[in-house]
Design a protein around this ligand. Structure first.
Ligand code: AMP
Length: 349
């Protein structure tokens, strides 16, 4: 109940926005992450800086929390052992599936989802076979890739010589999907199994990183969102999910093609803070705390969320003074290339 303590594994901007929402509902958040620029720390009631392998620190952290969640999908599974399963939301199995691109694809295919053509790649001959069979595509490490990291585009077999060594990391090769636009389905599922979806934005990427999310999303996405939601529902139910879950899709001539899932709140849902009746962050907190979910309807006519990535040279404090423009800066110390520093949401009512 409000007044209780929610533990959050991970200390990035998603944890920061979760902690702000939790505070509004009267919860205290304790974050946990290894040393780093943990921008969730200044807005959390307390923050533990310790390694993922520090079993004693994890046990002390878990003992102080009524429930524990995560904001980062690369939390090592072993770190979850410190938390009793009935206090961990989403469930461990959701993190396990989502940490491995191959397991994730097989799981979603098993539920009737469409994916890019793919092949597991463990050796150089596996990759040669895959490129010969699937043509141009993308080699992705199975684990720990995000924002285009751990990915290499391959146009033809000639590119194979130039590839960096995978160093024994298992990978997956995906054939290129021809798509019109990209979108994501963001769904919240409560402990009682209630599901709520936000409107799906059109997502534009730049250098493998989300650049903008837009509503209205356009006719192509609107025509495919029901099918994508039906699959997302089966995924959420199949995992016994509690919290906010995101599935990313390509809108293609054959219908929605599942790309990947994130067992957490998502960058393409940041607009919901001001543009929806209840934000993804609030509904994640509501779900893990066992409260009923809030209404997810869009409250604006049009939404444009733009990420602030690295040092883009723009003066965002000046740029955000007129109209319904909401500036979020995450308080990161250093604007390294490719790093998400903040976002801006512009709304038309
Ligand atoms: P991911 O990290 O898997 O989300 O990939 C990052 C971005 O690369 C996606 O949002 C797409 O824009 C693009 N991409 C990834 N996989 C494919 C694919 N199989 N075919 C075409 N584009 C892709």
């Amino acid at each position: 109940m409000p007044g209780g303590t929610i533990g959050i594994l991970g200390g990035g901007q998603l944890g920061r926005m979760l902690a702000i929402s939790a505070a509004q509902l009267g919860y205290r958040c304790i974050g946990y992450a290894p040393e780093g620029d943990n921008v969730a720390a200044p807005v959390s009631a307390d923050f533990v800086t310790a390694g993922w392998d520090d079993a004693a620190a994890l046990a002390r952290f878990a003992a102080r929390c009524d429930v524990v969640t995560w904001e980062f999908e690369n939390v090592p599974l072993a770190a979850l052992d410190a938390v009793a399963p009935e206090r961990l939301f989403p469930p461990r199995g959701a993190l396990e599936v989502a940490q491995d691109r191959l397991d994730e694809k097989r799981f979603v295919e098993g539920l009737g989802g469409r994916t890019a053509p793919y092949a597991p790649v463990d050796t150089a001959p596996d990759l040669e076979d895959a490129v010969r069979r699937l043509g141009g595509g993308i080699l992705k490490t199975r684990r720990e890739g995000y924002d285009g990291k751990g990915q290499w585009r391959i146009a033809s077999e000639r590119d194979l010589a130039a590839l960096p060594a995978l160093g024994g990391r298992p990978a997956i090769y995906e054939g290129l999907v021809r798509f019109d636009v990209e979108f994501s389905v963001i769904v919240a599922r409560s402990r009682s199994g209630e599901l709520r979806f936000w409107d799906s934005t059109a997502n534009e990427h730049r250098d493998g990183i989300l650049n903008r999310s837009l509503l209205p999303a356009g006719a192509v996405i609107e025509g495919q969102v029901e099918e994508a939601r039906a699959l997302s529902r089966r995924v959420a139910e199949g995992l016994g999910y509690v919290g906010v879950l995101t599935l990313e899709f390509f809108a293609t001539a054959q219908g929605p093609v599942f790309n990947e899932m994130a067992p957490r709140v998502h960058n393409s849902g940041h607009w919901t803070i001001e543009g929806a009746a209840t934000s993804q962050f609030e509904n994640h907190i509501r779900a893990v705390a066992g409260l009923p979910l809030g209404d997810t309807r869009t409250t604006a006519q049009a939404v444009e969320m733009t990420n602030i990535v690295g040092d883009d040279g723009a003066d965002w404090l000046e740029a955000s003074v007129d109209g319904e423009v909401h500036l979020h800066l995450y308080g990161k110390q250093e604007a390294r290339e490719g790093r998400k520093m903040g976002h801006v949401t512009r709304l038309s009512r």
